[in-house]
Design a protein. Structure first.
Lengths: 229, 229
DNA sequence: GCACCCGTGACAGGTTCTGTCAGCAGCCCG
DNA sequence: CGGGCTGCTGACAGAACCTGTCACGGGTGC
């Protein structure tokens, strides 16, 4: 591994991480010794990269550095294309359109030869055809994004219909099932709702009383889920 | 003058020029020999820089080495993030890393700091835990990308083991199953192989006799599949 | 044909890089 | 406070890399 390309890879490895990374971990990722990582960090800092290293914590790349991100690698393009193709098969037309236009923007920003690779990626995520009819997921996504309450009429597994106001936190795309994790005002607790069992859905203008971020943290704790990597 | 910083200065010297620059001129500017400039150009090209060198003219940097500013709508970001999260659960560590770093590049190439938006997307694609052990999908992806033959040992449903040379065309990510669509030299026809039934796998340097694009077309016809939208 | 220029190979000498070992200091948590 | 983890630095030897020089092939533009 060339030193120069390693420096670029180091930037890539640091970029976008929200939690500090230890030199040992980076060393393993790049298959070099820890000492070399320290030297490379020094080199990057000399080049002007705003890298923060704290003892006992790790390295963190502050935003606003001068090293611009290089273009996407072939593998990154494959990951983006495969992900977009899967999204397109998930029964949310608006999201499918968004996936397409995002790819188009990425293509525009890429040189011609990579642009061809985008369309010719041989990876496919076959669409699942068993999705039952369900309300507009775009509304649910908007509610999550804007941290707004949703008024729904819901038919549970026993066939009982209830009217609830929920604070949607997450939307999970299981195979064939869309599950909404939300705080339910009726129950005063977190509940899960299958999108296909929602018979009426109204996006309100009423914001959550707390932030989605905090709510997701609570939700994760309630589910005994680990923090996302 | 350090080699690494010289490469950066070379990029700076090339960027923004509309007319080709000769290696001699760059050599003088950087106070190195012409030969070194040629080698540095090779190094930059290896890093992925779209540098055009024409005999009798000079060097020119095409657009696309550095990611230009990208602007995505919230819905496009959601589509990209959801797709990437799904990719991360598909049991291909290299592709998962690529998905992460692609998102990171998108974040840093966006005008505002979209790191928070990216991380806080409330859409999730839970990972499927039932995937059996399987060989390194990265090798298979590389073979598809580079249009190279694969030598495999395969155990079919009846438990019979065969050694085959295949021309991998597509890799499909079904729920829990990775299926390779390929031309099989042993059978002289298109066959499907489950990745988890491959017991040995070797990436060869032998290219397909035809292009992957043409092969995929044939494969689609053989499967009576419509053209991809 | 001629002047330029990119591209490549070989080679020797010097520089840099890398891993190992050792030690110091700061941060976090119990 | 102590222990564990982690950043940071110095030294050193061997390996790897880089660089300039020379030579040659082949393409471009005039």
């Amino acid at each position: 591994m060339n030193r120069t390309s390693r420096l670029f890879r180091l930037m890539d490895a640091l970029r976008g991480r929200r939690r500090p990374v230890s030199a040992a971990r980076l060393a393993e990722e790049l298959a070099v010794s820890v000492r070399t990582v320290y030297r490379d960090m020094q080199a990057l800092a000399d080049l002007g990269a705003p890298i923060e290293g704290e003892a006992g914590v790790g390295y963190l790349l502050r935003a606003g550095f001068f090293l611009p991100p290089l273009m996407f690698s072939e593998e990154e393009l494959e990951a983006l294309v495969l992900g977009a193709r899967w999204v397109k098969g998930q029964g949310d037309p608006a999201l499918a359109r968004a996936a397409d236009s995002a790819l188009a923007k990425i293509a525009t920003a890429s040189p011609q030869d990579l642009r061809d690779k985008l369309a010719e990626t041989g990876l496919w995520a076959p669409r699942f055809n068993g999705t039952p009819p369900m309300p507009d997921l775009a509304l649910i996504r908007a509610a999550i994004r804007r941290e707004r309450k949703l008024a729904i009429s819901y038919v549970d597994a026993a066939g009982e219909q209830t009217h609830r106001t929920i604070w949607p936190v997450v939307l999970a795309f299981f195979e064939g099932v869309r599950l909404i994790g939300a705080w339910c005002e009726l129950r005063g607790d977190f509940r899960h709702f299958r999108a296909d069992r929602i018979v009426r859905l109204e996006l309100t203008d009423i914001p959550y009383p707390s932030s989605r971020r905090a709510l997701e943290k609570d939700w994760r704790r309630a589910q005994r889920l680990p923090d996302p990597a």
